[in-house]
Design a protein around this ligand. Structure first.
Ligand code: B1M
Length: 210
């Protein structure tokens, strides 16, 4: 049985979408539990993609292709799974901050977090502190993740944290993760957040905080 898990993982790492789907279907047809196909093949493969990306062995387009293959594989499994089979590690509200339209990095972070088993609520781009506060009240996430690519929009991360504090949202052990090219660990610490330099560090950080 482990052979097919390895084949699926390898096809995912190689970005072979059709092969991932064919093998996932084959595993289902052989009666393998969807939960095992998810955890031991698709998520294991995506985890390895994260490691290779961090090591510089894979690049953004390859990660996006792998993530898309993983998501389509998960779509094949979904009709065969109970909600309980899809173990969620935690809920993360993710966005690109007010005034900022860059979302390629944010989308990559989203795919990697989902691949690692987090439920991600993607608010999109140009999201105001007020909208984030409202979404936190509505969805009650474990973490808010904010991305900024412009030096001029980083300030919105600080404004958002202040708005969350003023609304009492930070009292409930809410974690804040920030990232994006101009953001640094020092800036994150100064505003009361945690910093992740890239998508796979974002997964490591989320795993350690949530
Ligand atoms: Co813009 N842009 N852009 N742009 N753009 C930059 C960011 C810039 C550095 C280019 C430059 O001048 N060299 C510069 C910013 C300068 C600065 O402020 N220091 C810039 C500028 C100035 C602008 C405009 C103002 C240009 C103009 O109109 N005059 C304008 C602003 C629009 C706005 O946002 N209001 C603008 C517009 C655009 C496009 C729309 C054309 C397009 C965005 C398309 C899109 O995202 N859908 C665009 C692009 C593509 C870029 C560059 C070329 C590439 C960004 C990117 O996608 N990188 C960029 C130059 C560059 O970075 N080389 C640039 C790939 C992506 C995978 O990396 O986003 O860094 P990145 O994400 C990484 C990490 O940062 C981290 O993980 C990701 C994966 O490893 N990460 C997180 C990101 N978010 C995270 C969140 C986390 C954790 C980790 O936790 C929540």
């Amino acid at each position: 049985m482990s052979a097919i898990f390895e084949q699926i993982s390898e096809a995912l790492i190689d970005g072979m979408r059709a092969k991932v789907l064919e093998l996932t279907q084959k595993a289902l047809d052989e009666g393998i539990a969807p939960k095992d196909i998810l955890n031991k093949a698709l998520l294991t493969g995506m985890n390895e993609v994260g490691v290779l990306f961090k090591e510089g062995e894979l690049f953004v387009p390859e990660v996006l292709v792998a993530a898309r293959a993983m998501n389509e594989g998960i779509d094949l499994l979904k009709p065969h799974m109970n909600e309980a089979d899809i173990e969620k590690k935690g809920k993360i509200l993710l966005c690109t901050v007010k005034g900022d339209l860059h979302d390629i990095g944010k989308n990559l972070v989203k795919m990697m977090l989902e691949g690692a088993g987090f439920e991600v609520i993607d608010m999109g781009i140009d999201i105001t502190p007020e909208a984030i506060v409202e979404a936190v009240k509505e969805h009650k996430p474990n973490m808010v993740g904010m991305s900024a690519l412009l030096t001029t929009t980083m300030v919105s991360m600080k404004d958002t944290i202040e708005a969350l504090k003023a609304a009492g949202c930070m009292d409930k052990n809410l974690k804040i993760m920030v990232g994006g090219a101009p953001v640094s660990d020092r800036f994150a610490k100064d505003i009361g957040a945690e910093y992740a330099a890239d998508a796979s560090s974002a997964v490591e950080l989320a795993n350690s905080l949530v």
